[in-house]
Design a protein around this ligand. Structure first.
Ligand code: PEP
Ligand code: MG
Length: 540
């Protein structure tokens, strides 16, 4: 039994089998072979296995995310069955007398290039699919296909996880996360909080743990690999206590979010997609304060159409049955990269071309999303929120586009809620400092403390080495929050917090005193925050 230390980003305890997730980035080597027939047989078998896997994934996706989203796996099956792919692999093996891995990798690269060079946007986008299927066949050939996605509930150990990797995992199979890299405010950490599973970062992980039993103690910030019997028994008791506390918190369901001295707070939840709404309802949030719409883009292989987006927003609005649903327009860029956006590689992506900057420079993408959002507003209580604002000029441009989209919908006779609230995120120091001016232009503010902390303290939120420096408790961040609330109230609008700091119980009472009107937190934090609000005073 060995214990390894890390930093807990989601408290809680989990026990289970370790699954070592590896990206398998090892380059494919070109090896001369004498028996090309054997290589061709290896390829044929790998291809069959990959097709079988794709069929299984298709069926699972059909059940979980519907036909439209599952269709991509049919496309993958078609690409892999196609003669162009097969003939090329066989040809490379035969003519060059090389191993199957090299032939598959070369073929995949060549065909991906051909697709990428095509004029038609649909075919262009198939380049990424070609890379995907190539990777799948290579993984089978290398015998490492099972190292990519867990198929049973496991404790997932990884160097690091990108948001796009995390969203592809079956949430039911994740008991806990442990990574070597990453930081408390990274999007993967946020996803772990949303899923309410214990998570540790900064752990010196080892591949040797794969398949072993382990305990994650998200309170002490440790992982115990190969625990002895006495430790297992001790932790079983702790897990029973954890369940007891959850049950106690459950008694807060249906209670009001009001301080001891009568200040009412909007206690809302953060979500990444339709699939998260069940947890919002289960935890009795009174609305959704942040729907990170970019996850629709991250989960997709191409720009989600107006219709696809409309269906998703409408579904959330309907499920929330009249409760407020604040949907943030896409916040792509920085750590949330999507191939089909073809964004340039940047030296400082967090300070780069992202979020509203993309929307204002590529208005066709923005207009499609706004049409979908406004159309969905006819089916519930939707509000729209814009990320990464730094100036009044940006807000005026947004308002111009949004008005023109509304005119367009009217002209087409499409109904939408003309009173849809439009607010902005305050996540740059610039926006916080001029919040008196911005408040006159919008319906509400939502403070994104994750980015506000990174930009105020000049500390990259992705950088594990800066954990201690990127401290959202820094007086500068707290003063900006207070200033934003004051300026919001002077202009007669409300201000909330939707960054991770919103669920920091050490600050709940201080937020109440600052005049914060809304807290939007991970679903799993709703009841603890409710408990704290009900024990706090806002006016004395
Ligand atoms: C934030 O920056 O605090 C925020 C809520 O947005 P995100 O974490 O998605 O960048
Ligand atoms: Mg942000």
């Amino acid at each position: 039994m060995t214990e390894y230390k890390g930093k807990a980003i989601v408290k809680g305890i989990a026990t289970g089998k370790v699954f070592f997730y590896s990206k398998d980035t090892e380059a494919v080597r070109r090896i001369k072979v004498s028996d090309t027939e054997a290589e061709k047989e290896r390829y044929a078998a790998a291809k069959e296995k990959a097709l079988f896997q794709l069929d299984e994934i298709y069926k699972k996706a059909l059940e979980e995310v519907g036909e439209e989203n599952a269709a991509i796996f049919e496309v993958h099956q078609m690409l892999l069955s196609d003669d162009d792919f097969n003939d090329s692999v066989i040809n490379v093996i035969d003519t060059e007398g090389v191993n199957a891995e090299y032939a598959v990798a070369r073929t995949g690269d060549n065909l991906a290039e051909v697709f990428a060079a095509m004029e038609d946007e649909y075919f262009k986008a198939r380049a990424a699919d070609m890379k995907d299927i190539t990777e799948r066949v290579l993984n089978v050939l290398k015998g490492s296909e099972s190292t990519n996605v867990p198929s049973e509930p496991v404790i997932l150990i990884a160097e690091d996880l990108a948001p796009s990797e995390t969203v592809q995992m079956d949430k039911n199979n994740l008991l806990a996360f442990v990574t070597r890299l990453g930081s408390s405010n990274s999007h993967t950490a946020i996803l772990a909080r949303n899923m309410d599973i214990p998570a540790l970062i900064g752990v010196e992980i080892s591949k040797d743990w794969n398949g072993k039993q382990a305990i994650i103690d998200g309170v002490r910030g440790v992982i115990i690999v190969d625990p002895d019997e006495a430790t297992v028994m001790e932790y079983n008791k702790k897990i029973a206590k954890q369940t007891e506390r959850k049950n106690l918190l459950n008694t807060l369901k249906g209670q009001e979010d009001v301080t001891l001295d009568g200040k009412h707070i909007k206690l809302y939840a953060n979500i990444g997609g339709v699939g998260d709404v069940a947890d919002v309802l289960k935890n009795d949030a009174k609305g959704i304060g942040l729907f990170r719409s970019e996850f629709l883009y991250l989960e997709s292989d191409d720009f989600p159409t107006e219709e696809q987006q409309f269906e998703a927003y409408k579904k959330v609005a309907q499920l929330m049955a009249g409760k407020k649903v604040i949907i943030r327009t896409l916040d792509i860029g920085a750590d949330k990269q999507v191939d089909y956006f073809n964004l340039d590689k940047e030296d400082n992506p967090a300070l780069g071309y992202r979020a509203i900057r993309i929307c204002l420079q590529q208005p066709e993408i923005f207009r499609t999303q706004l049409r979908a959002l406004l159309r969905a507003s006819a089916f519930g209580n939707i509000a729209i929120m814009y990320p990464m604002i730094i100036s009044e000029d940006e807000v005026l441009k947004i308002k111009e586009i949004s008005s023109s989209v509304k005119e367009e919908l009217k002209a087409e006779g499409i109904s939408f809620d003309e009173n849809t609230e439009e607010g902005i995120m305050i996540e740059t120091p610039a926006a916080a400092v001029i919040s008196d001016k911005l408040a006159k232009l919008v319906d509400f503010f939502s403070i994104g403390t994750n980015d506000l902390t990174q930009y105020t303290l000049a500390a990259d939120r992705q950088n594990a080495k800066l954990e201690a420096i990127a401290d959202p408790h820094h007086e500068a961040v707290l003063r900006l929050i207070e200033l934003v609330c004051k300026n919001a109230h002077e202009a007669g609008i409300w201000a909330g917090i939707c960054g991770e700091l919103g669920s920091d119980l050490e600050l709940t009472e201080r937020f109440m005193k600052m005049g914060v009107d809304e807290l939007s937190v991970s679903s799993s934090r709703i009841l603890p925050v409710r408990q704290k609000i009900r024990q706090s005073k806002a006016y004395s």
